[in-house]
Design a protein around this ligand. Structure first.
Ligand code: PLP
Length: 371
């Protein structure tokens, strides 16, 4: 699905130098590179504070902890996403309230959000799924109307731009109260292990987020709140600081692959190519097709026989996962997610795709559909 090896080889000298100098410095924890990467990412995102942490799941958890939510408080999340988004909510004894998504962007449905509001609803976690922003302007006004915190899960969309109606542009993750992201190796900005970060423009949140991520302490050995231990390794920061310079080029490469796929597949009856939102760029963490219902297993086998990997993100809605089963949930409330889980399939997309590989994949897809 990705080609991290070629990507490394293309920037090997810079990466090796960054890693070796980090080892030579022996500043493995909270070394200068962590601060440098943090500042470079703040500049790139045009956000006041970046708080590095150990992974994207921790980032979500730290955000929820920092907002001081109380057990039983309800947090709205899309049911068509990666499990981490809902997991941390449940882990903190908050209640994940799942909602359906839009059939075009695959992002959180505001109409469904309106239907699940209760006096206990305290936050909403939009996920910018597959590399494209959720409808942030509407999410912000919904949140304001109901007094909710907004935590953006930006794990799949770092670098994407959101366009406001007044013409201003912001990077996703910097629009709500707090943004979270993941530097998992296959994410758009990936390190060589685990990593994550939080973003905020609010000085108070930044201070609390830093404190929660660092054992609840502001001063060493004085603990004001119960926190966690969640740090970005200096080695990972050094790698990320190199890769950040290439993030826009990498996005462009992914967009080129997507454009070639689009052109090849746009006339195939019964399949849908990814929608392009008018209010967001698409950084194509995934290139996800919707196949006719019933065709997917054959399609996957056909591709597998030709040594083309495909993945299903996601085969099961979160509300149907055993961990989140709730007798009060009614499957008819999630018609879009239910259909997507039967139809979606993601094709290989990455920063190093060669044109022969791309042609090979396109021909295989066309062949499957008899073209
Ligand atoms: C990858 C991912 C996460 C979790 O990130 P980790 O670094 O693996 O903990 C959270 N949310 C979404 C939407 C993701 O894709």
């Amino acid at each position: 699905m990705v080609d991290l090896k070629t990507q490394y080889l293309n920037i090997k000298e810079e990466i090796d130098e960054a890693v070796l100098s980090c080892i030579a410095s022996t500043e493995f924890i909270n070394g200068t590179k962590v601060k440098e990467f943090q500042q470079h990412l703040e500049t790139y995102l045009d956000v006041k504070h970046v708080i590095p942490c150990a992974n994207g799941t921790d980032a979500l958890q730290i955000a929820l902890m920092a907002l001081g939510l109380q057990p039983g408080d309800e947090v709205i999340v899309p049911t068509f996403t990666y499990v981490a988004t809902a997991e941390v909510i449940a882990l903190l004894h908050l209640k994940p309230v799942m909602v359906d998504v839009y059939p075009d962007t695959f992002n959180i449905s505001l109409e469904h959000c309106e239907r699940v509001i209760t006096p206990k609803t305290k936050a909403i976690v939009p996920v910018h799924l597959f590399g494209q922003s959720a409808d942030m302007e509407r999410i912000l006004s919904f949140a304001e109307k109901h007094q909710l915190y907004v935590i953006e899960d930006t794990a799949q969309a770092i670098g994407a731009d959101y366009f406001f109606k007044d013409g201003t542009t912001k990077k996703v993750g910097t629009i709500g109260d707090i943004g979270s992201t993941s530097f998992f190796p296959s994410k758009n900005l990936g390190c060589y292990g685990d990593g994550g970060a939080l973003f905020t423009n609010d000085d108070n949140y930044a201070e609390i987020l830093r404190m929660v991520a660092n054992h609840g302490q502001k001063r060493k050995y004085y603990h004001s709140v119960v926190g966690v231990n969640s740090r970005l390794d200096t080695l990972q920061a050094a790698i990320l600081d190199v890769k950040l310079k290439y993030l826009d080029t990498y996005a462009k490469n992914r967009q080129n692959v997507a454009a070639a796929y689009d052109a090849a597949f746009k006339d195939i009856d019964g399949i849908e190519i990814p929608f392009r939102s008018p209010f967001s760029t698409h950084v194509f963490h995934q290139y996800t097709l919707q196949l006719p219902i019933g065709a997917r297993a054959d399609f996957q086998r056909f591709m597998h026989e030709r040594k083309i990997p495909t993945m299903i993100y996601y085969p099961l809605p979160l509300y149907e996962q055993e961990a989140f089963k709730d007798p009060n949930i009614n499957p008819v409330d999630f018609p879009v997610t239910n259909e997507l889980c039967q139809r979606v399939i993601s094709l290989p997309i990455h920063t190093e795709m060669k044109s022969q590989t791309l042609d090979y994949i396109c021909s295989a897809v066309l062949n499957f559909f008899g073209k």
